[in-house]
Design a protein. Structure first.
Length: 229
């Protein structure tokens, strides 16, 4: 006799950038096993497998590649909370070098700078640049390789519009975007970099007192790799 089919619970969440309510299911044991193999792997493998897991668990209803990176991180954290548990242990060192282990609740994770970062950067009195938020693949590639060349590629890929006086330029090739970005001055490019440094991100923040020296330690956790296990 064949084994019975198991019923999987279905939950809902709201995507931060679009405020769209979506349905999702927890990932299963077979998918958790895949996550465990990603801890020490390269970004390309992480991107491919996380994309597949998120796609399956959200019933193939999302255009994953169009979502900004913080949406993907938020979706994954919610999947992880319902699949493995809402509590995650993290380790850090106090200023006195005491090793501290603390527990974070995934329900306390939030999107930082969600409403405070404009994607329009004024680089001089008559020119404004507009950028898309990087998608998950682009951000993971930068996490893996934060060289100036990789950051330059990220900026060029995300450029969507240039407005000079009243003229709007929004039809250009990748090569044209690369050439345009490469001709910015150092100060102009610094303004653009600030946007990418401050883009919304999923974070956990808390203060943990060291029992050895009494110091209050600021605990900040960000990065999707903290939640694989």
């Amino acid at each position: 006799m064949a084994l019975p089919k198991l019923e999987t619970p279905i939950y809902e969440m709201v995507i931060p950038s679009t405020k769209q309510t979506i349905k999702f299911r927890p990932f299963l044991v077979k998918e958790h096993k895949i996550l465990l193999t990603l801890v020490d792997t390269d970004s390309e493998n992480i991107i491919k497998n996380l994309r597949n897991i998120i796609d399956v668990c959200t019933f193939n209803k999302l255009d994953i590649d169009s979502l900004p990176s913080y949406d993907i991180e938020y979706i994954f954290v919610n999947l992880r909370a319902k699949s493995i548990g809402e509590l995650v242990n993290v380790n850090f060192s106090c200023i006195c070098e005491e090793k501290i282990r603390t527990e974070i609740n995934l329900n306390d994770i939030f999107v930082e700078n969600e409403k405070n970062v404009s994607n329009k950067i004024e680089i001089n009195n008559n020119m404004t640049l507009e950028f898309d938020y990087p998608n998950f693949s682009e951000m993971m590639n930068v996490y893996n390789d934060s060289s100036p060349i990789r950051i330059f590629e990220l900026v060029s890929n995300c450029l969507t519009k240039v407005t000079q006086d009243k003229t709007v330029y929004d039809k250009f090739t990748k090569d044209e975007a690369n050439e345009f970005i490469s001709n910015l001055t150092k100060d102009e490019f610094s303004n653009v970099e600030e946007f990418f440094v401050n883009i919304p991100k999923v974070v956990y923040k808390s203060v943990v007192k060291c029992l050895k020296c009494g110091n209050d330690n600021d605990v900040v956790v960000q990065g999707i790799d903290h939640f694989f296990v």
